[in-house]
Design a protein around this ligand. Structure first.
Ligand SMILES: [Zn+2]
Length: 541
């Protein structure tokens, strides 16, 4: 970047201005700062130039075709629907947990290496000590008047101690015990877990002498704690509703995902970002309540419904990124995308090191090339040629091997700059105009003198400067007007658009569709082809 700034100082190539091929680039350009950026990705606290990364990790897809939870678990009693099929093997006690049509999730707030020594629970309404599972809970004989409870590890068990220091329960998590807010109305059930507010209840298990902290929460309450983290709460209602439905579908479909830790879901982008009560907003709550109990279905099953921030102009088939083909995650040109530009560069030495670290014995890398694209323009294959051999990369490995944000990219032997007609023209360059201050600081127009002596009046915001050798940055559909020749220069420049794995719904595109007047069903059906909005109640056994 410094290199290019120097170039800027010496290279006022006005002749190029008239050719319409003049570009400038500032440091901000690489971060993709864009007038169209969402106002509040995440909860609005984050740097707007950093939209969340892909929501689900690529590894998730290995399980993408697993049958939904309702098929894995023996159906529980639901006499009104399937009297003849009620299995006998389910313990009678378990069946009593189906107290309503509600589903509960075990959310790992801190577990594994993040496990803690002590948990403090507070609730102004007091606590119920209950037993339960994903299908509900019931009260036990254990009662307490304490409004503060402490959980400590003792003898390898999570032990609950009241305000007087009296142990009221040992082995809570493993026994299915939950400390639940005693509030009468389920909507008022709020507890504090180590200083942060969550809905419903908490439990804990012990591993390696430390406590895994678990929020046991009703599914709809959980979704309220997710939507604003996954999509800015200022997004249009129909986009938020689409997000609420996908978040609910994903959660139900992934019950037991982190079974090894005794939890269903974690709170990170590996599953869905969940921060509890603090994430709730009027707008996202409205989206949740308007879609309460609604899930996305395909062929009578709840969908996996992957999503991510920016498509960069096209979505991908799930099997073009991961292993499994989900019939409703089909690659297509995204008519509603917002551009999100990024750029990286590597030396051939760095690419050689990357090959070595991956055990690819191809010698010194001498060229790298996009060797295949999908018909949407998304990159399908990248080939590294070395002095001793060749290595080809496909699917999600393309992103990891080159450290890229999306599959919509191009490679080049010189630095990319923003294209003149790009949606995201950002420049730190200050153009000194004699007697008039700086362009871009209040000047609406400037006069530009061409190499042939012609003078043209133009808008200051349209002025670009280049040293004449840089190349325009590819637009969304990078396959158009772009060559994928092998790059053999010492430095390989890569520029692209989009942020995320490319499978399913791009959240910023959902926002754009909502702003154009599409409703949540239309948004979902555009990105998840052949799906329908269904009732979760139909899937609950
Ligand atoms: Zn997870």
């Amino acid at each position: 970047m410094k290199r290019f700034t120097k170039v800027l100082c010496v290279a006022l190539v006005f002749g190029l201005l008239f050719a319409g091929l003049v570009f400038a680039e500032g440091d901000e350009a690489e971060t993709g700062a864009d007038a169209e950026e969402p106002a509040s990705q995440q909860t609005g606290e984050q740097d707007l130039t950093e939209p969340q990364e892909q929501t689900e990790q690529p590894e998730d897809a290995e399980t993408a075709e697993q049958p939904a939870q309702e098929e894995e678990t023996p159906p529980e009693t639901q006499p009104q629907e399937t009297p003849a099929e009620t299995p006998a093997q389910e313990p009678a006690e378990e069946r009593e947990y189906r107290t309503d049509e509600r589903t509960y999730l075990w959310i790992g707030l801190a577990y594994g290496s993040g496990a803690v020594n002590r948990i403090t629970l507070k609730c102004s309404d007091g606590f119920l000590i209950v037993k339960g599972n994903n299908k509900g809970w019931k009260e036990t004989d254990i009662t307490t008047d304490s409004k503060t409870l402490t959980i400590v590890p003792s003898g390898g068990q999570a032990t609950v101690v009241d305000e007087n220091g009296t142990t009221i329960l040992g082995g809570m998590g493993n026994g299915g015990y939950i400390v639940m807010s005693a509030a009468e109305d389920p909507e008022d059930r709020l507890i504090t877990i180590n200083g942060s507010k969550y809905r419903d209840g908490a439990t804990a298990t012990v591993t390696g002498g430390k406590l895994n902290v678990i929020n046991v929460i009703e599914l709809e309450h959980y979704v309220r704690g997710v939507v604003a983290n996954e999509m800015g709460y200022s997004y249009p209602l129909e986009a938020l509703k689409a997000q609420a439905i996908t978040a609910r579908s994903y959660a139900y479909r992934n019950i037991n995902k982190h079974k090894n830790y005794g939890i269903d879901l974690c709170t990170t982008q590996d599953c869905q970002v969940y921060r509890g009560y603090v994430s709730e907003h009027d707008t996202t709550d409205e989206a949740c309540s308007q879609t309460a109990g609604k899930v996305l279905t395909y062929d009578g099953k709840i969908t996996e419904s992957f999503y991510y921030a920016y498509s960069g102009g096209a979505t991908l088939n799930s099997e073009d990124v991961w292993a499994n083909a989900l019939p409703y995650c089909r690659g297509k040109v995204d008519e509603y995308y917002s551009d999100y530009k990024w750029a990286v560069h590597y030396t051939m030495d760095e690419l050689t090191e990357e090959m070595v670290s991956r055990g690819k014995n191809i010698g010194d890398v001498v060229s790298v090339q996009v060797t295949e694209r999908h018909n949407t323009g998304a990159v399908a294959e990248v080939t590294f040629v070395g002095t001793k051999g060749t290595a080809k990369f496909t699917k999600s490995t393309i992103l990891s091997v080159l450290g890229l944000k999306s599959f919509m990219f191009a490679m080049n032997d010189s630095q990319f700059v923003w294209s003149k007609d790009g949606q995201a023209v950002v420049s730190d360059a200050k153009i000194n105009v004699l007697g008039a201050g700086s362009a871009g600081e209040g000047l609406s127009s400037v006069y530009v003198i061409g190499a042939n002596g012609d003078v043209v009046e133009t808008s200051a915001s349209d002025v670009r400067i280049t040293n004449g050798t840089e190349t325009a940055m590819p637009q969304g559909n990078v396959s158009e007007g772009w060559t994928d020749d092998p790059v053999r220069s010492d430095v390989v420049y890569i520029a692209g658009s989009g942020w995320g794995h490319g499978v399913g719904m791009p959240q910023t595109s959902a926002r754009n569709m909502a702003e154009l007047g599409f409703d949540c069903e239309q948004i979902l059906q555009y990105y998840y082809e052949g799906t329908e909005i269904g009732d979760l109640a139909d899937f609950i056994q």
